[in-house]
Design a protein around this ligand. Structure first.
Ligand SMILES: NC(=O)c1ccc[n+]([C@@H]2O[C@H](COP(=O)([O-])OP(=O)(O)OC[C@H]3O[C@@H](n4cnc5c(N)ncnc54)[C@H](OP(=O)(O)O)[C@@H]3O)[C@@H](O)[C@H]2O)c1
Length: 241
């Protein structure tokens, strides 16, 4: 067998209250996994997940004691996915707010490593750890140094940890622009305008949805030979626009 079904596998998703993580949690649940949907706010998770019968757990991914306690409580796991990350706006280096930068690093970069540290001892053979980077990790764009260094560091961590934690599998997913709340609060009209502008720059001609992007994680969890690599599920953003 070259792939493993997700049915009856336990999948923990950090960042499941919104966007890509919510789509991964729903997708894994639909494939029969026992999903633990994790975010910071129980009510927000419950509202996002609706009637889907998933376990909900709260945890601030930047806080090691909370991450350790939650993973201890979940116990044996097959797969863990991290999509948690805050909104990080563009800023020239000259006016970069380092408090904001530190928060972003503590959440997405340090938080991903904390999850890997505390999940690894609980993952079953064939299990996987999935990180989320982003097209700006490799595509050079002005005023995005914080996103770039976080995403590039996570991609380096994927390769390094895939070796260190083997035979556990470690992979990354690098999204391009995805239509989620991670862009900050916008009116519907502003969202449509942004999606239209971005679509024109993307080889596929549209802005991906969270469900489009979730396909990469659902694939990576099931394919037993995949490790140490990053899937660019980015609508062609790395090569276009
Ligand atoms: N959307 C894009 O265009 C895009 C492009 C490239 C890369 N990415 C990356 O993809 C990842 C997911 O983005 P998204 O678009 O799905 O974002 P999103 O819709 O804003 O969702 C972010 C999720 O992270 C959770 N979260 C934030 N801070 C957290 C913390 N300290 N502890 C635990 N959970 C926390 C949020 O939950 P609560 O707030 O409820 O806790 C929410 O569930 C991010 O790393 C982002 O950088 C996104």
């Amino acid at each position: 067998m070259t792939s493993t079904p997700l049915s009856h596998q336990t999948v923990a998703v950090f960042g499941a209250s919104s966007g890509i993580g919510l789509a991964v949690a729903r997708g894994a649940h639909a494939l029969g996994a026992r999903v633990v949907a994790i975010g910071r706010d129980h009510a927000r998770l419950a509202a996002a997940l609706g009637d889907d019968a998933m376990r909900i757990a709260t945890c601030d991914i930047a806080d090691e004691a909370q991450v350790a306690a939650l993973l201890r409580d979940i116990g044996a796991l097959n797969h863990v996915v991290v999509t948690a990350g805050g909104v990080v706006g563009p800023s020239p280096l000259a006016s970069l707010d380092f408090d904001v930068a530190r928060d972003a690093i503590a959440t997405k970069l340090q938080g991903s490593l904390l999850v890997a540290k505390h999940a690894a001892p609980r993952l079953a053979p064939g299990g996987s750890i999935g990180f989320t980077s982003g097209v700006l990790g490799r595509k050079v764009t002005a005023n995005t140094v914080v996103k770039t260094v976080i995403n590039a560091a996570l991609e380096a961590a994927v390769r390094q940890l895939a070796r260190e934690l083997a035979p556990l599998r470690v992979y990354g997913v690098s999204p391009g622009p995805v239509d989620t709340p991670n862009w900050g609060t916008l009116s519907d009209a502003a969202r449509r305008e942004r999606a239209g502008k971005l679509a024109a720059t993307l080889p596929v001609g549209f802005m991906a949805s969270a469900d489009d992007t979730a396909q990469a994680y659902l694939f990576a969890m099931r394919v037993r030979a995949l490790t140490g690599t990053v899937i660019d599920l980015d609508s062609g953003a790395q090569i276009g626009g």
